[in-house]
Design a protein around this ligand. Sequence first.
Ligand code: ATP
Length: 355
Amino acid sequence: MGIELSTEESLGGLQGKTPTITTICSHSSLQIFHGARVEKFRTLGVAEGHPPRFYDAFPLAKPDEFLVLPKFSQIARHEKRLRESASVIVPTGSFVEYVGPAVFNQLRIPVFGNRRVMEWESDREKERIWLEGAGVAMPRKYRSIDEVDGPVIVKYYGAKGGRGFILAKDRKDLESVEIKGPHVIQQYVIGTRYYIHFFYSPLKESGYRVGHGSLELLGMDRRDEANIDELYKLGSQEKLLRSGIRPTFVVTGNVAVVLRESLLPQVFEIGERIIEKSIELFGGMVGPFCVEGIMTEELEFKVFEISTRIVAGTNLFIRGSPYSDMLAPELSTGRRIAQELRQAMDEERLTEVLS
Ligand code: ATP
Protein backbone atom coordinates (compact mmCIF):
# COMPACT_ATOMS: atom_id res chain seq x y z
CA MET A 1 0.00 0.00 0.00
CA GLY A 2 3.00 2.35 0.21
CA ILE A 3 3.21 5.29 -2.19
CA GLU A 4 6.87 5.00 -3.05
CA LEU A 5 7.94 2.02 -1.02
CA SER A 6 7.75 -1.55 -2.21
CA THR A 7 6.25 -4.04 0.20
CA GLU A 8 9.69 -5.53 0.61
CA GLU A 9 11.15 -2.12 1.53
CA SER A 10 8.41 -1.13 3.92
CA LEU A 11 8.32 -4.47 5.72
CA GLY A 12 12.02 -5.23 5.38
CA GLY A 13 12.95 -4.52 8.99
CA LEU A 14 10.21 -6.76 10.30
CA GLN A 15 11.18 -10.12 8.86
CA GLY A 16 11.33 -12.65 11.66
CA LYS A 17 11.09 -10.02 14.42
CA THR A 18 8.36 -8.94 16.80
CA PRO A 19 7.47 -5.33 16.00
CA THR A 20 8.14 -2.48 18.40
CA ILE A 21 5.18 -0.12 18.50
CA THR A 22 6.55 3.35 17.93
CA THR A 23 5.06 6.82 18.04
CA ILE A 24 6.06 10.32 19.03
CA CYS A 25 5.66 11.37 22.65
CA SER A 26 2.52 13.43 22.23
CA HIS A 27 -1.21 13.33 21.36
CA SER A 28 -2.39 9.78 22.27
CA SER A 29 0.99 8.22 23.04
CA LEU A 30 0.06 7.18 26.58
CA GLN A 31 -2.86 5.21 25.24
CA ILE A 32 -0.89 3.72 22.34
CA PHE A 33 1.96 2.57 24.61
CA HIS A 34 -0.43 1.33 27.28
CA GLY A 35 -2.45 -0.68 24.74
CA ALA A 36 0.71 -2.08 23.12
CA ARG A 37 2.04 -3.16 26.51
CA VAL A 38 -1.24 -4.92 27.38
CA GLU A 39 -0.91 -6.84 24.11
CA LYS A 40 2.72 -7.72 24.93
CA PHE A 41 4.53 -5.52 22.42
CA ARG A 42 7.69 -3.54 23.11
CA THR A 43 7.31 0.22 22.73
CA LEU A 44 9.49 3.10 21.59
CA GLY A 45 8.79 6.81 22.12
CA VAL A 46 10.28 9.38 19.77
CA ALA A 47 11.00 12.56 21.73
CA GLU A 48 12.31 16.00 20.85
CA GLY A 49 15.09 17.46 23.01
CA HIS A 50 14.79 15.09 25.97
CA PRO A 51 12.54 12.25 27.15
CA PRO A 52 9.38 13.86 28.57
CA ARG A 53 9.07 13.50 32.33
CA PHE A 54 5.33 12.99 32.42
CA TYR A 55 5.69 9.29 31.59
CA ASP A 56 7.22 8.78 35.06
CA ALA A 57 3.76 9.59 36.41
CA PHE A 58 2.20 6.82 34.29
CA PRO A 59 4.46 3.76 34.56
CA LEU A 60 2.01 1.45 32.76
CA ALA A 61 2.18 3.70 29.72
CA LYS A 62 5.87 4.57 29.71
CA PRO A 63 7.66 3.43 26.54
CA ASP A 64 10.36 0.78 26.94
CA GLU A 65 12.86 2.99 25.16
CA PHE A 66 13.20 6.50 23.78
CA LEU A 67 14.69 7.81 20.58
CA VAL A 68 15.60 11.42 21.37
CA LEU A 69 16.02 13.76 18.40
CA PRO A 70 17.00 17.44 18.26
CA LYS A 71 13.98 17.91 15.93
CA PHE A 72 11.18 15.48 15.07
CA SER A 73 11.70 16.24 11.38
CA GLN A 74 15.13 14.53 11.61
CA ILE A 75 13.54 11.13 12.16
CA ALA A 76 14.47 9.89 8.67
CA ARG A 77 18.17 10.04 9.68
CA HIS A 78 17.47 7.34 12.24
CA GLU A 79 15.78 4.81 9.98
CA LYS A 80 18.55 2.28 10.60
CA ARG A 81 18.02 2.44 14.35
CA LEU A 82 14.24 2.16 13.95
CA ARG A 83 14.61 -0.82 11.63
CA GLU A 84 16.89 -2.53 14.12
CA SER A 85 14.11 -2.22 16.68
CA ALA A 86 11.61 -3.52 14.08
CA SER A 87 9.59 -0.35 14.59
CA VAL A 88 6.05 -0.07 13.35
CA ILE A 89 4.93 3.54 13.48
CA VAL A 90 1.48 4.37 14.73
CA PRO A 91 0.79 7.75 13.16
CA THR A 92 -1.11 10.42 15.09
CA GLY A 93 -2.13 13.94 14.11
CA SER A 94 0.92 15.21 15.97
CA PHE A 95 3.21 12.72 14.26
CA VAL A 96 2.23 13.94 10.81
CA GLU A 97 2.31 17.61 11.85
CA TYR A 98 5.65 17.59 13.70
CA VAL A 99 7.51 15.23 11.37
CA GLY A 100 5.98 16.90 8.31
CA PRO A 101 3.88 15.17 5.63
CA ALA A 102 6.75 14.87 3.12
CA VAL A 103 9.16 13.19 5.58
CA PHE A 104 6.37 11.02 6.96
CA ASN A 105 5.40 9.83 3.49
CA GLN A 106 8.90 8.81 2.52
CA LEU A 107 9.91 7.10 5.79
CA ARG A 108 11.23 3.62 5.06
CA ILE A 109 9.68 2.32 8.23
CA PRO A 110 6.38 0.43 8.23
CA VAL A 111 3.41 2.59 9.20
CA PHE A 112 0.17 1.21 10.61
CA GLY A 113 -2.57 2.04 8.07
CA ASN A 114 -2.53 3.22 4.48
CA ARG A 115 -0.28 6.26 3.91
CA ARG A 116 -2.16 7.11 0.74
CA VAL A 117 -5.11 8.32 2.79
CA MET A 118 -3.17 11.44 3.74
CA GLU A 119 -3.43 13.10 0.33
CA TRP A 120 -7.22 12.64 0.48
CA GLU A 121 -7.60 13.92 4.01
CA SER A 122 -5.23 16.89 4.05
CA ASP A 123 -6.69 18.59 0.96
CA ARG A 124 -10.18 19.94 1.77
CA GLU A 125 -11.22 19.68 -1.91
CA LYS A 126 -10.21 16.02 -2.19
CA GLU A 127 -11.78 15.26 1.17
CA ARG A 128 -15.07 16.64 -0.17
CA ILE A 129 -14.79 14.57 -3.36
CA TRP A 130 -14.29 11.47 -1.20
CA LEU A 131 -17.07 12.15 1.32
CA GLU A 132 -19.67 13.51 -1.08
CA GLY A 133 -18.77 10.72 -3.50
CA ALA A 134 -19.63 8.36 -0.65
CA GLY A 135 -23.07 10.00 -0.39
CA VAL A 136 -22.30 11.60 2.99
CA ALA A 137 -24.15 14.84 3.85
CA MET A 138 -21.73 17.75 4.37
CA PRO A 139 -22.19 21.44 5.22
CA ARG A 140 -22.89 23.40 2.05
CA LYS A 141 -19.86 25.04 0.46
CA TYR A 142 -20.40 28.54 -0.98
CA ARG A 143 -18.42 29.51 -4.06
CA SER A 144 -18.68 33.22 -3.30
CA ILE A 145 -20.02 35.64 -0.70
CA ASP A 146 -22.93 36.47 -3.05
CA GLU A 147 -24.31 32.95 -2.63
CA VAL A 148 -24.38 33.12 1.17
CA ASP A 149 -27.93 32.77 2.50
CA GLY A 150 -27.44 31.94 6.17
CA PRO A 151 -24.83 31.56 8.92
CA VAL A 152 -21.35 30.61 7.71
CA ILE A 153 -17.94 29.59 8.99
CA VAL A 154 -14.91 30.71 6.98
CA LYS A 155 -11.98 28.31 7.24
CA TYR A 156 -8.51 29.26 6.13
CA TYR A 157 -6.54 26.56 4.33
CA GLY A 158 -3.91 25.02 6.55
CA ALA A 159 -5.34 26.76 9.65
CA LYS A 160 -4.29 24.48 12.45
CA GLY A 161 -6.80 23.79 15.17
CA GLY A 162 -9.38 26.21 13.87
CA ARG A 163 -7.39 29.37 14.61
CA GLY A 164 -8.61 32.47 12.81
CA PHE A 165 -11.85 30.94 11.55
CA ILE A 166 -14.53 33.54 10.96
CA LEU A 167 -18.17 33.14 11.97
CA ALA A 168 -20.85 35.25 10.36
CA LYS A 169 -24.61 35.22 10.92
CA ASP A 170 -25.48 36.15 7.34
CA ARG A 171 -24.13 37.70 4.15
CA LYS A 172 -24.23 41.26 5.48
CA ASP A 173 -22.27 40.19 8.51
CA LEU A 174 -19.74 38.41 6.31
CA GLU A 175 -19.32 41.43 4.03
CA SER A 176 -18.23 43.48 7.02
CA VAL A 177 -15.15 41.34 7.72
CA GLU A 178 -11.91 41.17 5.80
CA ILE A 179 -11.01 37.65 4.65
CA LYS A 180 -7.26 37.28 4.21
CA GLY A 181 -5.78 34.36 2.30
CA PRO A 182 -7.06 31.14 0.72
CA HIS A 183 -10.20 29.92 2.46
CA VAL A 184 -13.44 28.06 2.13
CA ILE A 185 -16.86 29.49 3.06
CA GLN A 186 -19.00 26.77 4.59
CA GLN A 187 -22.54 26.67 5.93
CA TYR A 188 -22.40 26.97 9.73
CA VAL A 189 -24.43 23.93 10.78
CA ILE A 190 -26.59 24.49 13.84
CA GLY A 191 -26.86 21.39 16.00
CA THR A 192 -24.80 19.20 18.32
CA ARG A 193 -21.24 18.08 17.60
CA TYR A 194 -20.18 14.43 17.74
CA TYR A 195 -16.74 13.02 16.99
CA ILE A 196 -17.22 9.34 16.22
CA HIS A 197 -14.32 6.94 16.72
CA PHE A 198 -14.46 4.10 14.21
CA PHE A 199 -12.02 1.29 13.57
CA TYR A 200 -11.93 -0.59 10.28
CA SER A 201 -10.35 -4.02 10.31
CA PRO A 202 -9.65 -5.55 6.91
CA LEU A 203 -8.83 -8.82 8.74
CA LYS A 204 -11.89 -9.43 10.91
CA GLU A 205 -14.50 -11.75 9.45
CA SER A 206 -17.35 -11.17 11.88
CA GLY A 207 -19.34 -8.25 13.28
CA TYR A 208 -20.59 -5.35 11.11
CA ARG A 209 -19.20 -6.46 7.76
CA VAL A 210 -17.90 -3.81 5.35
CA GLY A 211 -15.72 -4.57 2.33
CA HIS A 212 -13.82 -7.75 3.16
CA GLY A 213 -13.54 -6.74 6.80
CA SER A 214 -15.46 -5.28 9.68
CA LEU A 215 -16.38 -1.82 10.99
CA GLU A 216 -16.28 -1.20 14.75
CA LEU A 217 -17.49 1.73 16.83
CA LEU A 218 -15.00 2.22 19.66
CA GLY A 219 -16.21 5.48 21.20
CA MET A 220 -17.44 9.03 20.83
CA ASP A 221 -16.40 12.38 22.20
CA ARG A 222 -17.02 16.07 21.93
CA ARG A 223 -14.10 18.47 21.83
CA ASP A 224 -13.66 21.33 24.25
CA GLU A 225 -12.69 24.24 22.06
CA ALA A 226 -11.23 27.50 23.32
CA ASN A 227 -12.42 30.12 23.26
CA ILE A 228 -15.74 29.40 21.51
CA ASP A 229 -17.16 27.00 24.11
CA GLU A 230 -17.10 29.50 26.97
CA LEU A 231 -17.27 32.78 25.09
CA TYR A 232 -20.99 33.28 25.68
CA LYS A 233 -20.27 34.00 29.36
CA LEU A 234 -18.77 37.35 28.37
CA GLY A 235 -21.79 38.53 26.38
CA SER A 236 -22.91 38.57 22.77
CA GLN A 237 -20.39 37.98 19.98
CA GLU A 238 -21.20 41.38 18.46
CA LYS A 239 -20.13 43.12 21.65
CA LEU A 240 -17.01 40.97 21.96
CA LEU A 241 -16.00 41.75 18.40
CA ARG A 242 -16.03 45.44 19.25
CA SER A 243 -13.44 44.63 21.93
CA GLY A 244 -11.39 42.67 19.38
CA ILE A 245 -12.30 39.24 20.80
CA ARG A 246 -12.98 36.69 18.05
CA PRO A 247 -14.11 33.09 18.40
CA THR A 248 -11.46 30.39 18.01
CA PHE A 249 -11.71 26.61 17.92
CA VAL A 250 -8.46 25.45 19.51
CA VAL A 251 -8.94 22.01 21.05
CA THR A 252 -8.05 21.98 24.74
CA GLY A 253 -9.65 18.71 25.87
CA ASN A 254 -12.42 16.20 25.27
CA VAL A 255 -15.59 15.01 26.94
CA ALA A 256 -17.33 11.65 26.53
CA VAL A 257 -20.71 11.50 24.81
CA VAL A 258 -23.10 8.88 23.54
CA LEU A 259 -25.52 9.25 20.69
CA ARG A 260 -29.25 8.64 20.88
CA GLU A 261 -29.48 4.92 20.10
CA SER A 262 -31.91 5.38 17.20
CA LEU A 263 -29.21 7.46 15.43
CA LEU A 264 -26.59 4.70 15.47
CA PRO A 265 -27.76 3.08 12.20
CA GLN A 266 -27.25 6.44 10.45
CA VAL A 267 -23.67 6.86 11.65
CA PHE A 268 -22.78 3.23 10.89
CA GLU A 269 -24.06 3.74 7.36
CA ILE A 270 -21.88 6.85 7.06
CA GLY A 271 -18.82 4.93 8.30
CA GLU A 272 -19.58 2.11 5.90
CA ARG A 273 -19.90 4.36 2.87
CA ILE A 274 -16.70 6.22 3.72
CA ILE A 275 -14.81 2.92 3.89
CA GLU A 276 -16.30 1.60 0.66
CA LYS A 277 -15.41 4.79 -1.19
CA SER A 278 -11.87 4.75 0.26
CA ILE A 279 -11.37 1.24 -1.11
CA GLU A 280 -12.48 2.46 -4.53
CA LEU A 281 -10.37 5.66 -4.48
CA PHE A 282 -7.09 4.63 -2.88
CA GLY A 283 -7.08 1.04 -1.70
CA GLY A 284 -8.92 1.64 1.57
CA MET A 285 -8.38 2.92 5.07
CA VAL A 286 -7.10 0.67 7.83
CA GLY A 287 -7.56 1.01 11.57
CA PRO A 288 -8.85 4.04 13.47
CA PHE A 289 -10.58 7.00 11.91
CA CYS A 290 -12.90 9.69 13.24
CA VAL A 291 -15.98 11.11 11.57
CA GLU A 292 -16.60 14.62 12.85
CA GLY A 293 -19.99 16.17 12.37
CA ILE A 294 -23.05 17.94 13.63
CA MET A 295 -26.44 16.37 14.31
CA THR A 296 -29.14 18.83 13.32
CA GLU A 297 -32.57 19.07 14.91
CA GLU A 298 -33.90 17.26 11.82
CA LEU A 299 -31.62 14.42 13.00
CA GLU A 300 -29.38 14.58 9.96
CA PHE A 301 -25.66 14.13 10.63
CA LYS A 302 -23.59 16.59 8.58
CA VAL A 303 -19.92 15.70 8.38
CA PHE A 304 -17.50 18.63 8.34
CA GLU A 305 -14.25 16.65 8.66
CA ILE A 306 -12.68 13.21 8.75
CA SER A 307 -9.49 12.34 10.65
CA THR A 308 -7.95 9.23 9.21
CA ARG A 309 -5.94 8.05 12.19
CA ILE A 310 -6.25 7.77 15.96
CA VAL A 311 -7.75 10.98 17.42
CA ALA A 312 -6.97 12.36 20.87
CA GLY A 313 -10.63 12.04 21.89
CA THR A 314 -10.00 8.30 22.23
CA ASN A 315 -7.83 9.11 25.28
CA LEU A 316 -11.07 9.17 27.25
CA PHE A 317 -11.43 5.44 26.84
CA ILE A 318 -8.23 3.75 28.05
CA ARG A 319 -10.42 1.30 29.97
CA GLY A 320 -13.02 1.11 27.19
CA SER A 321 -16.08 3.14 26.23
CA PRO A 322 -19.84 2.45 26.43
CA TYR A 323 -19.52 1.15 22.85
CA SER A 324 -16.23 -0.78 22.98
CA ASP A 325 -17.46 -2.49 26.18
CA MET A 326 -19.92 -4.35 23.96
CA LEU A 327 -17.06 -5.60 21.75
CA ALA A 328 -14.53 -6.62 24.40
CA PRO A 329 -13.62 -5.52 27.93
CA GLU A 330 -11.07 -2.74 28.47
CA LEU A 331 -10.58 -2.08 24.80
CA SER A 332 -8.94 1.26 23.97
CA THR A 333 -8.21 2.29 20.41
CA GLY A 334 -4.49 1.98 21.19
CA ARG A 335 -4.99 -1.59 22.35
CA ARG A 336 -7.17 -2.36 19.31
CA ILE A 337 -4.33 -1.25 17.02
CA ALA A 338 -1.95 -3.63 18.80
CA GLN A 339 -4.47 -6.47 18.47
CA GLU A 340 -4.83 -5.87 14.74
CA LEU A 341 -1.06 -5.93 14.34
CA ARG A 342 -0.86 -9.18 16.31
CA GLN A 343 -3.55 -10.82 14.16
CA ALA A 344 -1.82 -9.66 10.97
CA MET A 345 1.47 -11.18 12.21
CA ASP A 346 -0.16 -14.47 13.21
CA GLU A 347 -1.94 -14.77 9.87
CA GLU A 348 1.04 -13.49 7.83
CA ARG A 349 -1.07 -10.62 6.50
CA LEU A 350 1.09 -7.66 7.55
CA THR A 351 0.90 -6.09 4.08
CA GLU A 352 -2.86 -5.67 4.59
CA VAL A 353 -2.43 -3.41 7.62
CA LEU A 354 0.93 -1.71 7.05
CA SER A 355 2.25 0.59 4.36
P1 ATP B 1 -8.41 20.40 13.42
O1 ATP B 1 -7.19 20.43 12.56
O2 ATP B 1 -8.17 20.69 14.87
O3 ATP B 1 -9.32 19.19 13.19
P2 ATP B 1 -9.48 22.15 11.50
O4 ATP B 1 -8.59 23.32 11.32
O5 ATP B 1 -9.41 21.03 10.49
O6 ATP B 1 -9.30 21.63 12.96
P3 ATP B 1 -12.32 21.78 11.54
O7 ATP B 1 -12.13 20.47 12.24
O8 ATP B 1 -12.90 21.74 10.17
O9 ATP B 1 -10.98 22.63 11.55
O10 ATP B 1 -13.22 22.72 12.45
C1 ATP B 1 -12.83 23.11 13.75
C2 ATP B 1 -14.09 23.29 14.60
O11 ATP B 1 -14.98 24.25 14.00
C3 ATP B 1 -14.94 22.03 14.75
O12 ATP B 1 -14.47 21.18 15.77
C4 ATP B 1 -16.32 22.59 15.04
O13 ATP B 1 -16.47 22.98 16.38
C5 ATP B 1 -16.35 23.85 14.19
N1 ATP B 1 -16.92 23.64 12.84
C6 ATP B 1 -16.25 23.23 11.75
N2 ATP B 1 -17.05 23.19 10.67
C7 ATP B 1 -18.26 23.59 11.09
C8 ATP B 1 -19.53 23.79 10.44
N3 ATP B 1 -19.66 23.59 9.13
N4 ATP B 1 -20.57 24.22 11.18
C9 ATP B 1 -20.42 24.45 12.50
N5 ATP B 1 -19.27 24.31 13.18
C10 ATP B 1 -18.19 23.89 12.48
